[in-house]
Design a protein. Sequence first.
Length: 199
Amino acid sequence: MALTIGLTGGIASGKSTVSNMLKDMGIVIIDADVIARKVVEDGQDAYNQIVQAFGEDILLSDQTIDRTKLGSIVFYSEEKRLLLNSIVHPAVRKQMLAEKEEYIANGTSTIVLDIPLLFESKLTSMVDRTILVYVDYETQLKRLMDRNNLSKQDAEARINSQMPLKEKIPLADAVIYNNGTIEETRIQLQALSKEWDIQ
Ligand SMILES: CC(C)(COP(=O)(O)OP(=O)(O)OC[C@H]1O[C@@H](n2cnc3c(N)ncnc32)[C@H](O)[C@@H]1O)[C@@H](O)C(=O)NCCC(=O)NCCS
Ligand SMILES: Nc1ncnc2c1ncn2[C@@H]1O[C@H](COP(=O)(O)OP(=O)(O)OP(=O)(O)O)[C@@H](O)[C@H]1O
């Protein structure tokens, strides 16, 4: 029987770093962020709904969604964020489930769903077990500011739009602590892979 694992964390906590390690081990990854980009491409239902809800001001000259602009709206307004979530999340969920079922039908033994908002959106029923990639707040803030070239204020707005990582620890079946080096993270993942027979 297939094992479906939900990989979660916070923004810039190291999910992609861990999911790339899993990919290198040959594990199948379904990435919610990648799907969330696809379902808002021009011509998709969610695209039309976003333009209707947020106006044409959030479009770039090539008619694609200006993600920086939309981000600067939704990360500073819970109301707008919930509105965007209500448009995008059902389409993401549907696509993730379809991909998961296809992999299961093809006999894949382990499937990892990389979902940043797994706990916030109460999606744990989609998976058998959960892994949290944890970093402390200061490290998360610094890595996010460096990676996305964000001001402290913008980085904090993004972090604060999610459930605090500390509150996710008791909700997860396993925690990978990513404050240290990449190598230290890899060692924790290898130990967990052995324990859970991830292959
Ligand atoms: C707001 C948007 C336009 C910003 O785009 P941008 O390219 O700058 O960021 P990207 O999509 O790569 O997301 C980066 C990270 O931001 C965080 N994040 C994204 N959306 C949200 C949200 N609605 N609430 C909390 N955190 C979020 C996640 O940790 C994600 O990994 C975009 O994130 C979006 O459309 N979000 C709504 C869909 C969503 O919730 N996606 C997350 C997983 S389904
Ligand atoms: N152990 C580590 N040591 C140093 N830098 C790290 C470590 N882990 C991750 N990083 C860096 O921190 C940043 C965030 O990591 P990563 O992209 O893996 O996070 P993420 O959780 O996938 O983020 P998001 O969901 O926002 O895309 C990246 O620039 C990455 O290179």
